[in-house]
Write a protein that binds this ligand. Structure first.
Ligand code: SF4
Length: 349
């Protein structure tokens, strides 16, 4: 295993990206960067990382902030449960750990939203504990180096890969080694076009020497995506528009959105406009339908959203009822899902 370690850390030392969180041994900073980068590209995550630390520079600042503010700083990153879990974990650290990160793996792992991967990253990078990280990059690198055919999305596969990663770990330098193997996967052993021709491990890579690089990693199944059909009513009236708050038990929990009519399939705009839900929102007021957007697709991990926006100008009084009237100039203080944010940007708001 020593040759693999040497090759990976050697490659890392001259090829790694200079990233701001790599300067730090502070567990809070490492945690923020790891959570932001879980489903986000580095370039996009960088701005969020700086904004998040600027607004919540430490655990007490995050714990004391209102949830809405945390969601607002997170807006556009998606997977909002990550931000909610961080908020929850910061409060737990205030209550149970004196406002500090626990310094052992099981204490870190017990915090809400911190799974095996993040716990290992924080424990190894901030505290030098010997825990191997296994993320998508590590699965790919290991499956190719050792030509492992066990599917990575099975419990037996996960066990096998965790054990191998742990055996390969440089226990004298776990934080740097973990970053080296992840960075190698992110920049060199790429999913579609790995740079095998200039790879320091090519002679030891079983997938390369057997000409089967693109066969790895193996998966047992592709995740199924559920299709949903959203019709958003962008209703505006003088200098107001109307929002509603999403519920607790669905995607985008507690975020704000335009009044929504969800249909079981793709339906014509006339059908939406003739529906009882439309009537409930518009409430018999005079209106002008200014535009209906083409259907836009927004992908989430397990859902494919088909979204149409209806731009409606209402005459008459401000709508009473469950909708929240919001001044156009104040809309930016509400945390909204990404497609709503994009639509507002298109509207120049
Ligand atoms: S030889 Fe190719 S597949 Fe093997 S580790 Fe190097 S880049 Fe990855």
């Amino acid at each position: 295993m020593e040759e693999y370690r040497k090759a990976l850390t050697g490659w890392y030392n001259h090829s790694k990206r200079e990233l701001p969180w790599r300067e730090s041994r502070d567990p809070y900073t490492i945690w923020v960067s790891e959570v932001i980068l879980q489903q986000t590209r580095v370039q996009q995550g960088m701005e969020y990382y700086h904004n998040f630390l600027f607004r919540f520079p430490d655990i007490p600042a995050l714990a004391m902030a209102p949830e809405e503010e945390v969601l607002k700083v997170w807006q556009g990153l998606g997977y909002y449960s990550r931000a909610r879990n961080m908020h929850h974990a910061a409060k737990t650290m205030m209550k149970e750990h004196g406002g500090k990160f626990p310094a052992d793996y099981s204490g870190i792992r017990s915090l809400k939203g911190i799974g095996d991967y993040t716990a290992a990253a924080i424990a190894s990078i901030a505290f030098h504990h010997p825990y191997a990280v296994v993320d998508g990059n590590v699965f790919r690198v290991l499956s190719r180096l050792f030509a492992i055919s066990t599917p990575i999305d099975t419990s037996i596969g996960k066990k096998e890969f965790y054990a191998l990663a742990q055996a390969l770990l440089d226990v004298d330098n776990p934080g740097e080694f973990n970053q080296a193997i992840m960075e190698f996967g992110a920049l060199h052993c790429l999913p579609a076009q790995p740079l095998c021709g200039e790879c320091p491990l090519s002679r030891r890579c079983l997938a390369f020497t057997t000409g089967s690089v693109t066969d790895f990693p193996k998966k047992s199944k592709q995740a199924k995506q559920k299709a949903r059909f959203f019709n958003y009513l962008y209703v505006h009236q003088s200098d107001h528009l109307f929002l509603e708050k999403r519920g607790e038990k669905d995607i985008w929990r507690n975020l704000y959105q335009f009044p929504l009519i969800e249909t079981p399939g793709s339906v014509a705009p006339e059908t939406v406009m003739g529906s009882p839900e439309w009537e409930k929102i518009v409430q018999s007021q005079q209106f002008i339908l200014e535009s209906v957007s083409p259907e836009k697709i927004h992908l989430l991990t397990h859902q494919r959203l088909h979204i149409r926006f209806y731009r409606i100008k209402l005459e008459g009084n401000i709508l009473p009822g469950r909708l929240i009237p919001v001044k156009l100039t104040e809309i930016s203080s509400y945390a909204v899902p990404k497609p709503v944010e994009n639509f507002l940007l298109e509207m120049g708001q």
